[in-house]
Design a protein. Structure first.
Lengths: 87, 395
């Protein structure tokens, strides 16, 4: 799966969860937190992403910044899939 | 009393701790019963704290403060809480506000100037994070900041404003703008003269009566520099929540420490006249002491983790789920243990501690301690933590 495919799935998951006020207008870098994502919703998002991509985020990735934007999430998933995490 | 948390604190921190001992014994202890009985602000204690420069203990030395580390602030709160928990809780809440400004002032010259002024004038800051209609969720705001031409205004209906009428300045949360979602918040410093606070209702509670925390309506007008540069979500995750749980726990440790000390005195008095008869109470004392050790140990451990995370070059660690869980656990553990310790101390001391009119009364300790599981409800915190455990791997 290349980067744009990952991004496509990430966007699909984010929109599908219905946790933001206007998810369809999200730019890659838009802060999801500013767009209305609560910390409770961010956990739902993490779980949905683990399910969609069949992976586990290591604990050191479980922080606000990793899930800040579509771009940040895409990079995080790319890193986990290619086994390059900051651990 | 100073054999608490900090082993290698600054000389200045140690000097402040000694001074706090004197204020606790010489001022706070004398007025604690009146403050509690009349549910009034501890004016005498705060006059002494201001005189000693305690209100700027957490302000960097370069800005005129004592530059104390968090462990030193915690120790100051623990010392004071042994004599007057309301005073200590007010001081803790003030330190939390100061910590947010110190860490998130960025390169703002006016905010640095404000901290200098706070140190010079020993200004007291109260917090306005609660709001009518948000069901106690600090991470949502209804009221929105109105900004135009470098000016900001807003009006907020808060459910509780601790010592608001006795503070110089306020730090309040609001939505960033009219069109921002309720979780997109900013923290705004309201300066005396630039806001109006009308209290709604009274503060007649079981305990922590001196914190004077009725609801209130705040109307503020200020300049744009008074809005802290970072999103409140970041400030809450990395500073406000951790420092709150740490300093509140430090206050509860103070209440528990004094209750245990009173129980110890009773046990030893009994033992001197009849060792055998004192045994059941002494066994309970051993239990209390073990719990006190747990409380102190957990607080010390979480402070170290917080300081390590703050010191690390990777600031991202500050908002990690693992740390968030441990801050929450600290709050849950200490708020439970303080109630257990005071209750068991009461059983050790017996009827003399149950009386309100006795020297060894533990009534105020118990009533103050019972606020711990409620100030940010433990049920809410447990639910937050439960959510985090759904993804946290603990590896």
């Amino acid at each position: 799966m290349d980067r744009s495919e990952i991004e496509h799935h990430v966007r699909d998951v984010v929109v599908g969860l219905n946790i933001l006020e206007a998810p369809e207008r999200l730019a890659e870098q838009t802060s999801l937190y500013d767009a209305g994502m609560t910390s409770h919703a961010s956990v739902r998002l993490m779980l949905a992403l683990e399910d969609r991509f069949d992976l586990e985020f290591p604990d050191e990735m479980l922080q606000r910044e990793s899930f800040e934007s579509i771009d940040a999430i895409t990079r995080a998933i790319h890193a986990v899939r290619s086994g390059v995490t900051s651990a | 009393m100073t054999d608490g948390l900090s082993k290698n604190g600054s000389t200045r921190g140690q000097a402040l701790a000694r001074r706090m001992d004197e204020i606790a014994d010489g001022v706070a202890a004398l007025h604690a019963d009146a403050v509690d009985r009349d549910a009034r602000f501890p004016h005498e204690t705060f006059a002494a704290l201001r005189q000693a420069g305690m209100l700027s203990a957490g302000v960097p030395e370069a800005l005129g403060g004592a530059g104390c580390a968090l462990r030193e602030l915690a120790e100051l709160c623990t010392i004071l809480a042994q004599r007057c928990a309301s005073s200590a809780m007010i001081l803790a809440m003030h330190y939390i506000q100061v910590a947010c400004i110190v860490r998130y002032r960025d390169h703002s010259a006016p905010l640095a100037d404000y901290l200098r002024r706070l140190a010079a004038e020993q200004r007291l800051i109260a917090s306005v994070t609660s709001e009518v209609g948000t069901d106690g969720d600090m991470r949502r705001s209804i009221t929105a900041l109105q900004s135009a031409e470098g000016r900001v205004t807003c009006t907020k209906h808060a459910t509780t404003v601790s010592y608001g009428l006795h503070a110089d300045d306020l730090l309040l949360t609001a939505r960033r703008a009219d069109d921002a979602p309720d979780s997109d918040q900013r923290l705004i410093l309201a300066l005396s003269g630039g806001y109006r606070l009308d209290s709604t209702g009274a503060w007649d509670t079981l305990g922590m009566r001196g914190t004077c925390s009725p609801g209130g309506v705040v109307t503020l007008e200020g300049e744009s520099w008074q809005v802290l540069p970072a999103p409140f979500g970041d400030i809450a995750a990395a500073t406000m929540v951790p420092v709150s749980h740490i300093l509140w726990s430090a206050c509860w440790l103070g209440i528990a420490t004094d209750a245990a000390a009173r129980a110890r005195a009773i046990v030893q008095r009994k033992a001197r006249s009849d060792q055998r008869a004192a045994l059941p109470a002494a066994a309970r004392l051993a239990n209390v002491d073990g719990k006190l050790q747990l409380m102190r140990g957990d607080l010390g451990a979480v402070i170290r983790e917080h300081e390590d995370a703050t010191a690390t070059a990777d600031a991202r660690l500050m908002s990690s789920l693992g740390l968030a869980i441990r801050y929450n656990n600290l709050k849950l553990n200490s708020s439970r243990l303080v109630v257990e310790i005071v209750t068991e101390a009461l059983e050790i001391c017996g009827i003399s501690a149950y009386r309100n009119d006795s020297e060894s009364s533990l009534g105020r300790h118990l009533r103050d301690a019972l606020s711990a599981p409620l100030m940010i409800s433990n049920d809410r915190i447990r639910q937050n933590t439960a959510t985090l455990h759904m993804v946290y791997k603990n590896r």
